[in-house]
Design a protein around this ligand. Structure first.
Ligand SMILES: [Zn+2]
Length: 212
């Protein structure tokens, strides 16, 4: 019988150095940590699909998290060549798919934060927390929160220098949290808040670029 010993990898805490794989953008040829790039793979049906979490098997090709690089890589055929793909496909559709995957990731982080007891939800509860100066790393405001309420929460958040992000709808957030509609969610400081902030910042940046 083979004796399996678990391999324990220690990160080099002295230097803080962690090996992050570097990949090259097919369009601009910049080499970056793969966290800053999008991966594309072929589905079993032979279609190109976005692999935002970089978990799908098979040959992959990367671009920057930037529509201009994706568009160029599609136009110049770099994605098609790297994946040995014959048919045509659109950069817009891939970009929409990417944004959808980022939204899904934000939703799952919200669910994880709920399970970890890292959130407070509900407009009044969040306002109380802000007024009491409790630890809040960021706020999520539903897209359909009333303007007056959004302004009230935003003002309170500004006083405490807490960033606010507009994301999703009250019923979807409430459903995810196992509650009725929720227009406001606050995250305690920690890795989950950091991770969701990264996703929401991406969505905000992309929305600004596309809708003016
Ligand atoms: Zn690029």
């Amino acid at each position: 019988m083979k004796k399996a010993r678990p391999t324990i990898r220690r990160s080099d805490s002295k230097s803080g150095a962690r090996h992050t794989p570097q990949r090259t953008c097919a369009a601009c040829r910049k080499s970056l940590d793969q966290g800053f790039l999008v991966r594309y793979v072929l589905s079993p049906q032979g279609n190109i699909v976005v692999d935002y979490r970089k978990k799908l098997p098979g040959r992959g090709v990367y671009t920057c998290l930037d529509f201009a690089c994706l568009e160029m890589a599609v136009k110049k055929g770099q994605l098609a060549r790297a994946l040995r793909l014959g048919g045509t496909f659109s950069a817009d559709a891939l970009w929409r798919e990417l944004c959808g995957q980022i939204r899904s990731r934000a939703f799952s982080l919200l669910g994880m934060a709920r399970k970890a007891g890292q959130i407070v939800s509900g407009t009044q509860q969040v306002l109380c927390e802000l007024q009491a100066g409790r630890d809040i790393a960021l706020l999520v405001l539903a897209e359909d929160l009333s303007l007056a309420m959004a302004a009230k929460v935003q003002n309170a958040a500004n006083r405490n220098a807490v960033p606010c992000f507009v994301f999703s709808a009250k019923d979807q957030i409430g459903h995810l949290l196992g509650k009725s509609e929720r227009g406001v969610v606050a995250f305690r400081s920690g890795p989950l808040a950091g991770a969701i902030r990264e996703e929401l910042e991406r969505l905000k940046k992309f929305a600004g670029e596309f809708n003016g």
